[in-house]
Design a protein around this ligand. Sequence first.
Ligand SMILES: Cc1cc2nc3c(=O)[nH]c(=O)nc-3n(C[C@H](O)[C@H](O)[C@H](O)COP(=O)(O)OP(=O)(O)OC[C@H]3O[C@@H](n4cnc5c(N)ncnc54)[C@H](O)[C@@H]3O)c2cc1C
Length: 406
Amino acid sequence: MADRRTTSGSARPVLVAGGGPVGVMAALALARQGLAVRLFEADDHVNEAPRAATTHPATLEMLADLGLIDEVIRRGLVARTFQFWDRSSGRMVAEFDHGVLKDDTRYPFVVQCEQHKLANLGIERLGAFAHAEVRFSARVTSVEVLADRVEITVESAGKTEQVAGSFLVGADGGRSTVRKALGIAFEGYTFPERFLVLTTPFDFAAHRGCGFRCYFSDPDEWANLFKVAGNDGTGLWRVVFPTQPGETDQQVLNEDSVQRRLQKFFPQDGPYPVVHRNLYNVHQRVAATFRQGRAFLAGDAAHVNNPIGGLGLNCGIHDAVELAGLIGRVVRDGEPEDLLGRYDQRRRPINIEYVQQQTINNKKRLEEKDPQARAASFAFLRRTADDPVAHRAFLLRTSLLESLRS
Ligand SMILES: Cc1cc2nc3c(=O)[nH]c(=O)nc-3n(C[C@H](O)[C@H](O)[C@H](O)COP(=O)(O)OP(=O)(O)OC[C@H]3O[C@@H](n4cnc5c(N)ncnc54)[C@H](O)[C@@H]3O)c2cc1C
């Protein structure tokens, strides 16, 4: 049950920069402990661009603790399995079934729930707490970390105000103003190619026998395929392709090019209906530290990675929940502030070991060109899927359960 107590009137609120899913989950996890929280989102609404959807078992457990699980399942799609395909032969290589985790988690499946639905759901729940404030069209522009407080500048409707808080959660995305204001390096690299996401109602399950999550390996053009519920629940499919380095937006997004890519992926009679076309720059980067005194980085502000495997947001929600727990222990329970050091000590290596490594390997596996290496990779996937012990171990890692229990 949520604890509805508020902190004493004199206690400063915890400030959150960014109303994406990570900032909202951090605010909710703080508010549920009775801590006063003020969230500032630069935009005037939650961004609905098609990005994360896959919510793994470890994250579902946290969403259950936040009282959100039933609604996340209702607004999303449950997917127990995922598949690896060889795009060049058109054959499925291996299928993995989260059902083998039935003794490891209450949620032996993923839920495909679009990230804007999660953020909006969290904001709805924050509305029930008198001690939680969510402000849209409010951009954090500067940060000062002091011994006993943080001070931020917020720009809203042409006005500037100074806001003081006990702590600051910088959840303001990959281009984080908070991270830059703190002078924290974002170490890593950016891929030369971009990722194109095409969204269509064309039913790949009915017409092509695909599951709700499919990874297609191909030496020429790998692809990912996912089903999401869509805003009206009727179902949409997202197909992800790499672009060629140097291809312009116009070259990638024009109708002919989009139809050519989709027809080459799965030929069908007539043009594909395409409801969204989005291009993303893709990076593997981790902030040099996730903490500077009373200021913390969480989610994409702290780490970014390619989306193959669907791990970035999941790891960001884990950041948010762990950080809120530590701040709660310090503010509510009076534990020493040294405890907050655990956040960077734990979350940064977890991101590197479980998220950066897996997503880099996932991309290599899909784009591998060498025939022998491809054959070896397929043999590994088949062997792993066929062996119950290896199958479970593989899923404990891909689902991030291992990272939390480490
Ligand atoms: C194609 C694609 C597919 C993906 N699929 C998955 C997936 O299936 N599973 C998964 O786990 N991850 C996935 N990801 C990654 C996921 O989208 C990100 O990890 C996620 O958006 C991170 O959430 P966030 O809240 O940290 O940042 P964001 O979603 O970027 O939110 C940051 C928010 O901060 C606001 N903001 C920015 N600057 C300021 C400021 N100065 N002041 C106030 N507000 C500010 C922004 O407007 C924004 O609302 C995918 C990414 C892509 C591109």
